[in-house]
Unconditional design. Structure first.
Lengths: 190, 351
């Protein structure tokens, strides 16, 4: 390649990455995302160099948590005044701001020094996949998701459900009778 | 007792200053300029140091002196050592001539004239190095071109000329000459010598070597000290190609290959100030050059240069230049010329 100037430019520019957080564990995703934000995936990495990339995270509304952590995992907060301590469960925080769980997960992963605010500024969180065009124009690649997104029952078509392989057929008497739909009373008024 | 001690030490300090400067306590020497603690620290001592410091600043730096001013200097042995240092057998009369600048000769004539000596009846007998320098420059120029043509047979003649000009430029020659141990040997009216004197003296040394031995040996000297400056350099940065894409298309058409087609390989951060585009040049569906760039035109231009450098076999990944024993016995054809851009354009248009 010719010209050291452009090679250096190529090394020092910040690349933009896309991460789809749908059905991904927020904490383990954060562990992966901070590597890109801090530039740890680059051979020129140094903890004091500001060479991190941008990461755009979409679908943060759909992040996943294991077991019943949405209920049991809590986020403490203290206002600084006497009696100002409060704590919110994960589901409640997520309900208030769908990007907050992801934001806090990434923030807690980064070492608490003066670089952290600027690193966090390079994280762009979106609750769904509606991303402004000027941000989408920058993206050049995506980060691989950490876990396979499971296919839900409603995602299968009727044909797929019928063709699903079965070891044996249940006898009629073992099958749950279909619930009878209550008949709508035809009243004279209507 | 303590008072007398202090007095004695103070006198000792002052006497040391007097000895070093050679005259009185209004001194230029800063020896002993450190804070003395305890009884030795007289109340007048620090103001003295402060005053000395101010005077040193006001007097300015010491003029740079020729080593012969220090008294221990043997010009003959230095000239002899100069040749031996570079492993060359010089004829000493030629080497001495190479160090005499025209300014020195003129100053010598002027001093004789002032003494009332007739220059015609009693000539100065000093020949300056301008003739040797001319010869040296000619040899260096001829050798560099032949060496480059031999090393890069695919490179266009314009590129050879550009690289030759880069090496023979005054700035480059001065850089080499100023690190060559010439400073003390050059005979000039002032010390240190001026920049152009270094250039002339270095070229004259090449000429002196050719006179002492032969032109072939002088060529090897040029290879070792001038051409070696190209090691690790990117020739496409030295040679500024004006229209690389046009040149590339005519070069490809002459080889019977398809026209160059620039394609965007990938891009990043396009909507920001740190935008980056990687452009690849394809010909017949083959990637022949690629480069990053801040904008598409810049990336395309540099990718075309990259493709050109690969066509001419001068890219950074090709075999490095051969120095030392490997190129000791090369036979150069001094009349040979590489293909030039005009040849290329004529051939491609006729096809």
């Amino acid at each position: 390649m010719a010209y050291n100037r452009v090679l250096q430019w190529s090394v020092m520019t910040r690349t933009w990455w896309l991460y789809d957080a749908e059905n991904q564990c927020a904490f383990r995703s954060a562990k992966k995302i901070v590597n890109y934000l801090q530039g740890k995936h680059k051979p020129i990495y140094h903890p004091l160099s500001d060479i991190g990339d941008h990461v755009v995270v979409i679908n943060t509304k759909l992040v996943a948590m294991r077991d019943d952590r949405w209920r049991k995992f809590t986020y403490p907060h203290h206002t600084g005044y006497a009696g100002g301590f409060s704590r919110a469960s994960a589901w409640r925080l997520h309900d208030m701001d769908p990007t907050k769980v992801m934001h806090k997960a990434v923030y807690q992963r980064i070492k608490g020094n003066l670089l952290r605010p600027n690193i966090m500024r390079r994280l762009h969180l979106f609750p769904d996949d509606n991303v402004p065009d000027e941000i989408m124009a920058n993206i050049s690649d995506q980060i691989q998701q950490i876990q396979i997104v499971p296919k839900r029952l409603e995602d299968y078509s009727q044909l797929e459900k019928e063709n699903f392989p079965q070891i044996f057929e249940w006898p009629e008497k073992e099958m749950m009778p279909k619930k009878k739909q209550p008949e709508v009373l035809q009243t004279e008024e209507t | 007792m303590a008072a007398s001690c202090r007095l004695i030490s103070h006198c000792r300090i002052l006497s040391r200053f007097c000895n070093n400067s050679g005259i009185s306590p209004n001194l230029t020497c800063l020896q002993g300029c450190m804070v003395r603690r305890g009884l030795n620290n007289s109340r007048k001592y620090q103001p003295l140091l402060r005053e000395l410091y101010k005077r040193r600043i006001k007097a300015g730096p010491e003029p740079e002196l020729h080593p012969s001013e220090s008294g221990c200097w043997n010009y003959n042995s230095e000239v002899y050592a100069f040749g031996k240092r570079y492993g060359e057998e010089f004829d000493e009369s030629f080497l001495r001539k190479a160090f005499i600048t025209s300014d020195y000769r003129q100053a010598e004539e002027e001093s004789r004239r002032q003494l009332g000596i007739d220059l015609e009846s009693v000539p100065v007998g000093v020949v300056d190095n301008s003739e040797l320098a001319r010869k040296g420059e000619q040899i260096a120029s001829r050798y560099i071109k032949a060496y480059l043509r031999h090393s890069y047979p695919m490179m266009l003649e314009e590129g050879i000329q550009a690289v030759h000009d880069y090496l023979m430029d005054d700035q480059m020659i001065y850089y080499i000459a100023s690190n060559f141990g010439l400073t003390d040997l050059i005979m000039s009216p002032n010390y240190p010598p001026e920049d152009h004197m270094y250039c002339t003296a270095f070229k004259a040394v090449i000429g002196a070597l050719a006179e002492s031995q032969n032109e072939e040996r002088a060529g090897l000297f040029v290879r070792d000290f001038v051409v070696s400056q190209l090691a690790g350099k990117n020739l496409m940065e030295i040679w500024d190609v004006k229209n690389p894409m046009g040149l590339l298309s005519s070069a490809l058409s002459m080889q019977g290959r398809g026209p160059p087609e620039p394609r965007l390989l990938w891009q990043s951060a396009s909507a920001t100030m740190l935008s980056l585009y990687h452009v690849g040049i394809y010909s017949d569906k083959q990637l022949i050059g690629r480069s990053p760039g801040e904008t598409l035109p810049i990336a395309e231009e540099i990718a075309a240069k990259d493709a050109l450098s690969k066509l001419m076999n001068i890219s950074l990944t090709t075999k490095p230049l051969q120095f030392g024993e490997k190129s000791e016995n090369w036979k150069y054809d001094y009349n040979k010329r590489n293909q030039s851009v005009s040849d290329l354009l004529q051939t491609s248009s006729s096809i």
